[in-house]
Write a protein that binds this ligand. Structure first.
Ligand code: THU
Length: 165
């Protein structure tokens, strides 16, 4: 038996003023775009803003539905926008924030489905996506690559191996 360990490092900042100016602006965009969320059921407004390798900015917000499972998270709306507007381009950084009826002062991290989608996007563009996570205020977590949040992920490599392609 061999015991193995997975670990990763991330950074915590106490306020937006500690970030590089480009990252600070991206986080402010994510905080601000929460106003475009459609969240009449959860009242949990999520905003995401990404900076692509060209410097272009793409955004997304959650889009809910009366049939609850039809809801699409902010992150996956953003990835669809990026894929259509800037095909093939990598994402350097992606900031996620939210505005809810409760406290908005701590980071949230992407749900499991979005982790899978972010991982696929990293793979198809061959570029890590640095995540910047924060509420409307308070501490900020910076994670060097979205794939770190999904160890033992199922990826296209498995399909290529099993089908021999
Ligand atoms: N939501 C996101 O948009 N992103 C996440 O990473 C977590 C959850 C949305 C989905 C739903 O509209 C609301 O937040 C509450 O779950």
């Amino acid at each position: 038996m061999t015991e193995k360990t997975i670990h990763f490092s991330y950074k915590e900042y106490t306020s937006v003023s500690e970030l590089e100016p480009a990252d600070a602006a991206l986080l402010q965009s994510a905080r601000e775009v929460t106003r475009l969320a459609y969240a009449p059921y959860s009242h949990f407004h999520v905003g995401a803003a990404a900076r692509l390798t060209s410097g272009a900015i793409v955004k997304g917000t959650n889009q809910e539905n009366a049939s609850y499972p039809v809801t699409i998270c902010a992150e996956r709306i953003l990835l669809g926008n990026a894929a259509m507007q800037y095909p093939g381009e990598g994402i350097d950084a992606l900031a996620i924030s939210y505005n809810s009826e409760g406290e908005n002062d701590h980071p949230i991290s992407p749900c499991g489905m979005c982790r899978q989608a972010l991982l696929e996007y990293e793979g198809r563009t061959d570029h890590p996506i640095r995540l910047i996570l924060s509420g409307q205020e308070g501490r900020i977590w910076v994670i060097p690559a979205a794939s770190l949040l999904l160890p033992f992920a199922f990826t296209r490599t498995e399909l290529e191996t099993s089908t021999g392609k």
